[in-house]
Ligand binder design. Structure first.
Ligand SMILES: C[S@@+](CC[C@H](N)C(=O)[O-])C[C@H]1O[C@@H](n2cnc3c(N)ncnc32)[C@H](O)[C@@H]1O
Ligand code: SF4
Length: 369
């Protein structure tokens, strides 16, 4: 047996109705939190390890080179999940590093699902076929794929395209709804059409993000402002043609209208908004009801902030206090990141986005077999 396999099939039995229920519960909690103006971490990104089996040149986390850092024990992760649940969390995004490198990933996902929390997992796909029985209870799986084999592998390393494609097939054969997350770089932005066609042919939903904070070794991955603007139009074009592109028109238009160079300025504060007479930002809810918890225990508003934020570690002060610290000290009010803004529009209860997401969640739940 491969050392990564625990040979522990999922205990929680997932099905269409249960996944629909978890999605509904999350949405109702969100509605309550927003309407009653409650301070609740209703949605969180949980980075479960520092380890990665890939060394993607652009990766903001540089997880391949952090392999010596100590990861959470199973008990620590369960404690974190308990604390979050008690505070009102109903949506967890299991993130890495490479999530499937954790030997207990199935046990962790079982624990999350047994609490009725909506659970998604993101992976590069390489280990998914081997570990599918352990994680088949998740509500959906996101697999990273940036473009054609040639362009994807420039971004993500040799073999990454084949791994992602195999992962997509393995998840679909297991009846799990698949999302694909594509990071646009100078090497891959021209593959928007290729990915849209693939999404239609293989029946997955497609999410785009724009490269941010690439490692110094990946400066060649940075897009010019013109390439970014062209990409936003190209995604919109495929969306309007009816391809299964999830990224919303509002997030795309906002990224295009961002008043700075995206490679230089990734966020704005209240005083910046005031200076831009008449500029209407998409309001950010990261750091108020959505948080990112790193593999070392530090709690941030989002990944854009992991280098620059004076974060507290929940292992030292508890989850509640670490979250309160973010709420008190975070002064970021808006950014051009596509997936962040898709969530922000939902968390802000933007009517169009709420309708779009309810429809998408419903259709996705029915893609589970
Ligand atoms: C950090 S990875 C962790 C999960 C898993 N290892 C994977 O590759 O899917 C999560 C996502 O972040 C994206 N990503 C990594 N570095 C990025 C960057 N500098 N800008 C935008 N997205 C990035 C990856 O392409 C991937 O879709
Ligand atoms: S993007 Fe994912 S697969 Fe690539 S190095 Fe980062 S964590 Fe690993």
């Amino acid at each position: 047996m491969n050392s990564l396999q625990t040979n522990r099939p999922a205990h929680y039995k997932q099905n269409r109705m249960k996944t629909l229920w978890a999605r509904g519960q999350y949405f109702l909690s969100l509605l309550k939190v927003r309407l009653l103006k409650q301070d609740v971490p209703v949605i969180c990104v949980l980075v479960v390890n520092n380890k990665c089996n890939f060394d993607c040149k652009y990766c903001f986390g540089d997880y391949y080179n952090r392999r010596s850092e100590v990861d959470y024990s199973t008990e620590e992760l369960k404690d974190l999940i308990d604390q979050l649940y008690t505070l009102g969390n109903r949506y967890l995004n299991i993130h890495g590093g490479e999530t499937l490198l954790r030997k207990d990933v199935g046990e962790i996902v079982d624990y999350i699902k047994s609490k009725g929390i909506y659970c998604c997992l993101i992976t590069n796909g390489a280990l998914l076929r081997k570990k599918i029985d352990e994680v088949r209870q998740v509500d959906n799986i996101t697999i990273s794929l940036d473009g054609t084999k040639e362009h994807n592998d420039i971004n993500r390393g040799a073999g990454a395209y084949d791994a992602a494609m195999d992962g997509i097939k393995a998840a679909q054969e297991a009846g799990i709804p698949v999302r694909v997350s594509a990071t646009l770089t100078a090497h891959s932005y021209q593959d928007i059409g290729y990915l849209s066609e693939l999404a239609k042919e293989m029946n997955f939903s497609l999410f785009f993000s724009i490269l941010f904070k690439p490692l110094p070794r990946a400066k060649d991955c940075e897009m010019s402002n013109e390439q970014i603007a062209w990409s936003m139009d190209e995604i919109l074009r495929y969306k309007k043609l009816g391809y299964p592109v999830f990224t919303s028109e509002m997030a795309l238009n906002f990224a295009k209208a961002w008043p700075y160079s995206q490679n230089d300025v990734h966020f704005m504060r209240e005083e910046d908004v005031k200076k831009l007479d008449g500029f209407k930002p998409i309001k950010c809810f990261y750091g108020s009801i959505k948080f990112t918890i790193e593999a070392d225990g530090r709690v941030y508003p989002c990944f854009l902030w992991t280098d620059d934020f004076d974060a507290l570690n929940w292992k030292e002060v508890g989850v509640k206090k670490a979250i309160e610290h973010v709420r008190k000290t975070n002064d970021c009010v808006s950014c051009p990141a596509l997936s962040q803004n898709d969530h922000n529009l939902l968390l802000g209860l933007n009517f169009k986005q709420v309708v779009l997401i309810i429809k998408d969640q419903f259709l996705e739940a029915f893609r589970r077999t």
